[in-house]
Design a protein around this ligand. Structure first.
Ligand SMILES: O=C(O)C(=O)C[C@]1(C(=O)O)C=C[C@@H](O)C=C1
Length: 326
């Protein structure tokens, strides 16, 4: 299929757009069924996810977490909304911030500075030191802050350097992030269906969200189903359920693919034990550009917990059921 549309957090010049543009045609072809989809900036993460749901786009690219500031609440809430969306790729992008201004503006002229809440959080100390007294305003994306500078609504934007060219701005300062090696993780999502799940690569991640009744040990039971199968959990984060006070969606990422026995069995167990469980996708683990291999430190599988161990045990059980083994 060709002519697919991918919505992303805009306007042009966001880190989200940069992340999406790192995906080569063969990867987009495998993930979406179109190696050269058209890219469409939307005003918010929620709007991008809604577009993928209502069919005005075929897929969406949104930020999900940052290594300094943590999860992006709007994305997490959007991932568990209905109808379902599944993650087909993750992208890890190092984020480096600049302060952009209209040509001719000096530091002394900057009375207001704008950025996305995650951008502000990653440059807070720099702003306090170098632009003391500037009013900080929060925007829907870092490039939206650049657009506000261009429109004369604010004096400076903390954003990606590429936003300068898109919005006719100049760099007042570069490298203004408080932590040098911040990475933001983005996900490419689409409705379930053709062209199907990304095939297992042997280096995959699975994302899911689960809710349980409020009972002592309920979360421990969920985690135990994962732990006993040797699945390496790489993230756990919660968001309130909103309509049931005191109950939460637990967002869990683990190493492995739903097609593999350990992850498949863990998901089936959660389906039995949880009030609700959402499969949010199995997809190849991304690497930070410049790193060797998929990012993050992984645990070794425990004894008897490799894919080979599971496959051998499943064929032994099948032989017992067929009456040919013992
Ligand atoms: O505003 C952007 O440019 C985005 O792509 C969003 C976002 C985020 O949500 O974390 C992405 C990377 C940076 O951490 C700051 C903002």
């Amino acid at each position: 299929m060709t002519g697919l549309r991918v919505a992303f957090l805009g306007p042009h010049g966001t880190f989200c757009e940069q992340a999406l543009r790192t995906l080569p045609p063969d990867v987009l072809g495998e993930a979406l069924g179109d190696p050269e989809p058209s890219l469409h900036p939307l005003a918010s993460t929620t709007a991008a996810l809604d577009a993928a749901r209502d069919g005005s786009a075929d897929a969406a690219c949104v930020p999900v977490e940052n290594s300094v500031e943590g999860g992006v609440p709007a994305t997490m809430d959007g991932l568990v909304a209905e109808p379902p969306l599944v993650i087909v790729r993750e992208i890890l992008l190092p984020v480096r911030f600049s302060v952009l201004v209209r040509p001719g503006t000096t530091s002394a002229d900057v009375r207001s500075v704008a950025s996305h809440p995650h951008g502000e959080a990653q440059t807070r100390r720099w702003i306090a030191e170098h632009l003391p007294g500037a009013e900080v305003r929060l925007t829907s994306s870092t490039a939206a802050a650049a657009a506000q500078v261009a429109a004369g609504e604010v004096d400076a934007a903390v954003c990606a350097p590429v936003a300068a060219a898109h919005h006719g701005l100049v760099e007042l300062a570069a490298g203004v992030h408080d932590s040098g090696d911040a990475v933001t993780r983005f996900v490419l999502v689409r409705p379930p269906g053709p062209p199907g799940l990304p095939a297992p690569t042997g280096a995959d991640r699975t994302s899911l969200a689960a809710t349980t009744v409020n009972r002592p040990g309920a979360l421990l039971a969920v985690l135990t189903e994962i732990a006993v199968r040797g699945v390496d959990l790489t993230r756990i984060e919660s968001r309130p359920l909103k309509d049931r006070r005191g109950e939460y969606w637990f967002f869990l990422d683990g190493i492995g693919h739903v097609a593999e026995p350990a992850m498949g069995e863990a998901l089936a167990a959660l389906h039995r034990r949880c009030t609700d469980v959402r499969f949010l996708g199995s997809y190849p683990r991304a690497a930070v550009p410049g790193d060797d291999g998929p990012g993050g430190r992984l645990a070794d599988p425990g004894p008897g917990q490799t894919v080979k161990d599971y496959t051998e045990a499943a064929s032994w059980l099948a032989s017992l059921r067929e009456g040919t083994g013992a």
